[in-house]
Design a protein around this ligand. Structure first.
Ligand code: XMP
Ligand code: MG
Length: 178
């Protein structure tokens, strides 16, 4: 497949596939006695990751999504707000938050606080990629890939809503896109 102008492949499709399978095996093991988990995907960036991860799991799982106000490139200034809530009640459930990317960590910190307050049986988090730019103390329980501090797109990740459907994760040079 042609790589769009400005995008350079960073994590190829087959590496994503095998890493998702590894994460799923780990999650299967960790939750073997949990009964059922609720995967809570954060729209829109995590939609493809959730689709693949949920299908790679063997344990009983439900899938739901939440959405946050997206300041996108201003996200580092904080100010996260839930604009679409889960439909499945959280209380008593084993919650696994699934995020596309950990940057400063503010989004995940906010979500862990907000959902822990609803008395889940447990709450953990899983991020597809992590940048080395954290400004918070949150530690995701599952991390797909550690990357350097570059803007990444593909496999759900976007730049102005573009490039989400690329099957791989790539770095983006915004000055070089069409
Ligand atoms: P924080 O700083 O709260 O940021 O951890 C998490 C949110 O910032 C967005 N983000 C990105 N989105 N490519 C993206 O497509 C990136 O390289 C990137 N870096 C941060 C993203 O919305 C994430 O949920
Ligand atoms: Mg985004």
């Amino acid at each position: 497949m042609m790589t769009p102008a400005g995008v350079q492949e960073l994590v190829p499709e087959d590496r994503i596939r095998s890493r998702v399978a590894e994460l799923a095996r780990q999650i299967d093991e960790d939750y073997a006695d949990a009964g059922e988990i609720l995967l809570l995907g954060v729209l829109r960036g995590a939609f493809i990751f959730v689709a693949d991860l949920s299908r790679a799991l063997s344990i009983d799982r439900r899938v739901d999504f939440i959405a946050l106000s997206s300041y996108e490139r201003d996200a580092r200034r904080g100010g996260v707000r839930l604009i679409m809530d889960s439909r499945v009640p959280i209380e008593g459930k084993h919650i696994l938050l699934v995020e596309d990317i950990l940057d400063t960590g503010r989004t995940l910190e906010y979500l862990l606080d907000a959902f822990a307050a609803r008395k889940p049986a447990s709450i953990r988090s899983c991020v597809l990629v992590r940048k080395p730019t954290q400004e918070t103390q949150v530690t995701p329980d599952y991390v797909g890939f550690d990357i350097s501090d570059e803007w990444v797109v593909g496999y759900g990740l976007d730049f102005d809503d573009r490039f989400r459907a690329l099957p791989y994760i790539g770095t983006l040079d915004p000055d070089a896109i069409d």
